[in-house]
Design a protein around this ligand. Sequence first.
Ligand code: TXA
Ligand code: MG
Length: 325
Amino acid sequence: MTDDSVARAAELLRQGELVAFPTETVYGLGADAANPAAVAKIFAAKGRPADHPLIVHLPGADHLGRWARDIPASAYALAAAFWPGPLTLILKRRPNVPDAVTGGQDTVGLRVPGHPLALALLREFGGADGGGLAAPSANRFGRISPTTAEHVRADLGAAVALVLDGGPCAVGIESTILDLSAAQPAILRPGMVGAEAIAQVLGAAPALGAGAAAPRVSGSLAAHYAPRTQLVLVPGDGLPIALRAAIAANEKIAVLSCLEQPLTHELVVWRRAPAEAAGFAHDLYRNLRELDALACARIVVQRPPQTAAWRAILDRLQRAAAGSG
Ligand code: TXA
Ligand code: MG
């Protein structure tokens, strides 16, 4: 990817067009966050309900004050610890942030992504005048987030003026969302920046899970991130039973597991996944997309351990199971 394509992308964004760009988590579908007409194109391209707020991506924490007000010291401490990186902070918004970005809420989601191409684009686009890019994951609403430029083209195709190709995303699942707008910090969406690491910076554990309020986080809807094929979670020791049941029913099934394949059969497609959380997350969405394309009766995923390292992965798999089929 050349400087030329970054300059061209920034120019298209200034003209109110959509540009998809890589981040370390997933690919984002970007628009000028200060331009409501450009932001409206995001919702049209994704087929996303207009009351779902978008994250604004910034080139650095020094730009926070242009978008947020009453910023707590903890926000800067977290920024110093995790930015650029997979953490989104929900802060009280400044009045200049368009309602199209915040879904009319009094808060705004902000993050500095840890991908060199994203940072180059953000510096080129917003470095001088404090501009930011509103960008949700670059997939159709409710489908699996894209972790390659190919995924973006397959999902959104002609709706995007340009797709910057930065290769496969290093983290592979969406950022941790931490709400700092209320008295008690709360994790609204788990991600690979874990509650324990956040607690170390805050000096106290954040609350877990979305508050009682409305669906402020689309990622908190039960049915999200879903493949078309029905997805079920099965403990590792239940996999041989699931295989034999599928074979007995003459059904083709796909399996995603970090275990060795217990038996081979023409009706069974076995995809071996990395056994540690970071590797599993890195490959997860590509694996789900590829297994989804096989038109099996079911995708069986080995249920990950109930440990902190796997919390965000379990969260995405449970949503995929709830929304699939
Ligand atoms: O890793 C990520 O966060 C990726 C990359 C592209 O940055 N973006 C992403 O965006 O996952 P999206 O739109 O697919 O998910 C962002 C989530 C949504 O669930 C949205 O509801 C929530 O962030 N969100 C944004 N602003 C919010 C706010 N002010 N209050 C509560 N939730 C907010
Ligand atoms: Mg999304």
